[in-house]
Design a protein around this ligand. Structure first.
Ligand code: 1HE
Length: 273
């Protein structure tokens, strides 16, 4: 894929700028959201989870795609283990539900999210990555689920999202044995859709984001919101949901204009470049 011309990112203002564990910048329809706890390997503290939730709820209307990256040598070291105090059962459930709320805002928010992975993508870091729609993995990336070694279980949606990417058997193996997948193994298993060189992930993701931003918003909505739900439905229900979603998408004025443009020779053809 050809890389896009470098975009001119400018810092966010207001609420988004006040989130001190994130750095958020915009370039037209693309928002870059960076985890900014490199000294702690972007470990997910309660504050960082809350800030992620706030950021995704408050994306500007102009944003059509998000690129999520991690500052420093690793994408994300998972749950901030220093905050694992004595929680009772009720607090533990609420803590996990807080993660679910934040990551649901990523998966089922307004716009598609592309994660750029490098270094450690472990535990809650893999849960975060798996809530994104597209994962671009640099060569240094490795994937692990060390919850078993830590005496924990996944709590950030990993038991739901990771098997949908790689299958229950592979996730079971990772959690029971501590098996770590390198980048190529992870891509082969379905944990990421793109493999790129170290340092090339951001430009690649921005180019993908540009393509996504160029789609009709209703088509992107259908892919984000209908596709995973249809995958969870029975064949009969899935086919019916598909019919409804297809009718909604094709009835939009934007779809009609795009069809007209193709029929009048004004739209691009599908080619393998
Ligand atoms: C942390 C964390 C963390 C680093 N919580 N502080 N996740 C894990 O079990 C992964 C634990 N982390 C690691 O295995 C390694 O830190 C890394 C492979 C990610 C990076 O290694 P390295 O050599 O680059 O860094 P480091 O020296 O280990 O860590 C640098 C600092 O970050 C150090 O703090 P410092 O104050 O001594 O400088 C580390 O303590 C700190 N740090 N990772 C807290 N995770 C909703 S359920 C989800 C359940 C899970 O995610 S379980 C998996 C947790």
């Amino acid at each position: 894929m050809s890389t896009a011309a470098p975009l001119d990112f400018t810092p966010a203002h207001g609420l988004l700028a006040s989130l001190d564990l994130l750095r958020i910048e915009h370039a037209g329809p693309v928002t870059h959201l960076r985890l900014m706890r490199p000294a702690k390997r972007n470990a997910l503290s309660d504050t960082l989870i809350t800030q992620l939730h706030t950021a995704f709820v408050n994306l500007p209307e102009t944003t059509r795609a998000v690129v999520l990256t991690g500052e420093g040598a690793h994408f994300c070291a998972g749950l901030d283990l220093s905050e694992l105090m004595e929680r009772d059962v009720g607090e533990g459930v609420l803590h996990s539900r807080m993660w679910h709320a934040a990551f649901d805002q990523i998966q089922f928010g307004r716009v598609p999210v592309i994660a750029v992975l490098h270094g450690a993508v472990v535990g809650g870091g893999l849960e975060l990555a798996s809530s994104c729609h597209i994962r671009v993995a640099e060569a240094s990336t490795y994937f692990g689920l060390p919850e078993g070694q830590r005496g924990l279980f996944v709590g950030g949606g990993g038991s739901v999202r990771v098997p949908r990417l790689m299958g229950v058997a592979r996730m079971t193996d990772m959690m029971l044995t501590g098996r770590v997948y390198d980048r190529d193994e992870g891509v082969h298993a379905g944990l990421a859709q793109y493999a790129v060189d170290d340092g090339a992930g951001f430009a690649h993701a921005v180019a993908l984001a540009g393509r996504i931003a160029g789609n009709a918003p209703m088509s992107n909505f259908a892919v984000m919101h209908a596709l995973p739900r249809i995958a969870d439905q029975s064949q009969d229900q899935g086919l019916f949901t598909e019919s409804l979603m297809a009718a909604v998408a094709e009835s939009t004025p934007e779809a009609k204009e795009r069809l007209r443009a193709f029929l009048e020779g004004r739209a691009g053809k599908v080619t393998k470049s």
